[in-house]
Design a protein around this ligand. Structure first.
Ligand code: SAM
Length: 420
């Protein structure tokens, strides 16, 4: 661990405090714990100059895929959340502006006549549990109208998906959830009374912003690189037909930093969109996340730091120790599988956060190094950056790294390793 300490340092140049993180297609759709494009971009510039293929095993909305494609590198991503996959696909799929603009104009005309009520349509309102709890009747009506437009009027699949991404963001914004929170909390009664969103305007605003992001993306992407986004779970397998052994030059990813019950509830964040779009069964996403199914067994990982932390947590609360253990059992399996697809001399960059459980800090970054070292990787460095924009759970106590007196979750760790 002495060596890790020497290779681990705080570097303000990685903070990108004033950078615009919403350029190009990065402006599409919010998502919890997004990576900032500048971090993925800088890793690629420092370590991926000759890379032909990037893999992101927890690709979320595809930040690293976009950055790879901008540099002419083909990319493969996987995520168990269908909403994330949809967003990642749309952010990396070039749509000819001429066709897109044709549909945007058509949608505009459609909105115009829908507002006039020229032909009052009776759309099919999806029949999911709690729809009345999260959406006013009037809102449901307009959302259903837009959904029908997307599904029935748009013939081109890429354009349909482009509209679905704007629709998903609209769903979230016009729902009765409290603004700016990733978990689903309902507004107060008073707020609900006053809340009468103009659904068509919200949708139009998202479409225009995303259209402009797409135009910027096209204008600077001067190559044919593409991304493919899949639904496989690296904890269990990496299909050889997609990624044969030793086929990946570089991995840039930000994995979850704990089980989704107690850290970021990706499924919960996506639920309303998934329900409107008919994407996934309730609760499936959080169950499929790493550590989603609690295993009640004691295991020694053979990584001193992790085993110590687990036993200290178990002394205080056995069930919480099982949660943490279940997460790391999946995390380890995933790393074992991922390691196999990386080429010799290939690079792995994991952007991770450290969290506290029962007051005990879990050194996720060092555990990540430990798991990869067992798979024939050597640790290059761990850069500590501040996360000025990210909403993260709670203040944590000081970490034990020189120069850091601040909170742990307001920092993230960029762990870089090389396959020997
Ligand atoms: C921190 S987010 C990634 C965010 C992404 N870098 C971005 O910029 O949007 C972690 C992602 O891991 C996904 N995830 C959790 N468990 C997974 C698993 N076993 N396999 C694949 N993805 C998983 C979650 O759905 C979530 O999208």
């Amino acid at each position: 661990m002495q060596t890790i300490a020497l290779k681990k340092y705080r570097d303000e140049t990685w903070d990108f405090k004033t950078a615009n993180t919403k350029q190009y297609t990065h402006c599409f759709h919010p998502y919890p714990a997004m990576m900032i494009p500048q971090v993925a971009g800088r890793i690629l510039d420092e370590f991926g100059r000759d890379a032909k293929i990037l893999f992101d095993p927890y690709c979320g909305t595809g930040t690293s895929l976009v950055e790879a494609n901008l540099r002419g590198i083909n990319a493969i991503g996987t995520d168990i959340n269908p909403l994330a996959r949809l967003i990642a696909k749309v952010k990396t799929t070039v749509i000819p502006l001429k066709s897109l603009d044709w549909y945007l104009k058509d949608f505009n005309d459609f909105v115009f006549s829908a507002r006039l009520g020229e032909k009052r349509i009776e759309p099919i309102i999806p029949n999911f549990k709690n729809i009345d709890y999260w959406f006013k009747k009037e809102t449901q009506y307009w959302l259903a109208i837009i959904k029908e437009y997307i599904e029935q009027k748009i013939k081109d699949k890429d354009i349909q998906d482009f509209f679905k991404v704007a629709f998903s963001e609209t769903v979230r914004e016009v729902s009765l959830t409290r603004n700016g929170e990733f978990k689903l909390y309902r507004m107060t009664k008073k707020q609900i009374e006053k809340f009468n969103p103009d659904v068509l305007s919200v949708m139009t605003e998202k479409l225009i912003r995303n259209r402009n992001g797409m135009a910027d993306y096209i204008s600077i992407k001067n190559n044919d690189a593409i991304s493919k986004v899949y639904d496989f779970n690296t904890v269990y397998e990496i299909p050889e037909s997609i990624l044969p052994p030793e086929s990946v030059d570089i991995i840039i990813t930000s994995p979850p930093y704990g089980d989704s019950r107690t850290t970021v509830a990706y499924g919960q964040f996506s639920r309303l969109s998934n329900q409107w779009l008919g994407l996934e069964e309730l609760n499936e996403v959080d169950k499929r996340c790493m550590g989603g199914i609690r295993k009640k067994e004691i295991k020694n990982f053979g990584i001193k730091l992790l085993d110590e932390v687990l036993s200290r947590i178990a002394d205080i609360d056995k069930n919480r120790a099982y949660d943490v253990l279940s997460f790391y059992m999946d995390y380890e399996k995933s790393i074992n599988n991922i390691s196999k697809v990386v080429k010799k001399n290939g690079i792995v960059a994991y952007v991770v956060g450290n969290r506290k459980v029962k007051g005990i800090e879990i050194p996720n970054d060092e555990i990540t190094v430990g798991f990869f070292e067992r798979n024939g990787f050597s640790h290059i460095k761990t850069v500590i950056r501040e996360i000025p924009n990210k909403r993260m759970p709670k203040r944590n106590s000081p970490s034990n790294i020189a120069g850091i007196t601040d909170t742990t979750m307001s920092h993230e760790y960029i762990v870089i390793l090389k396959k020997e």
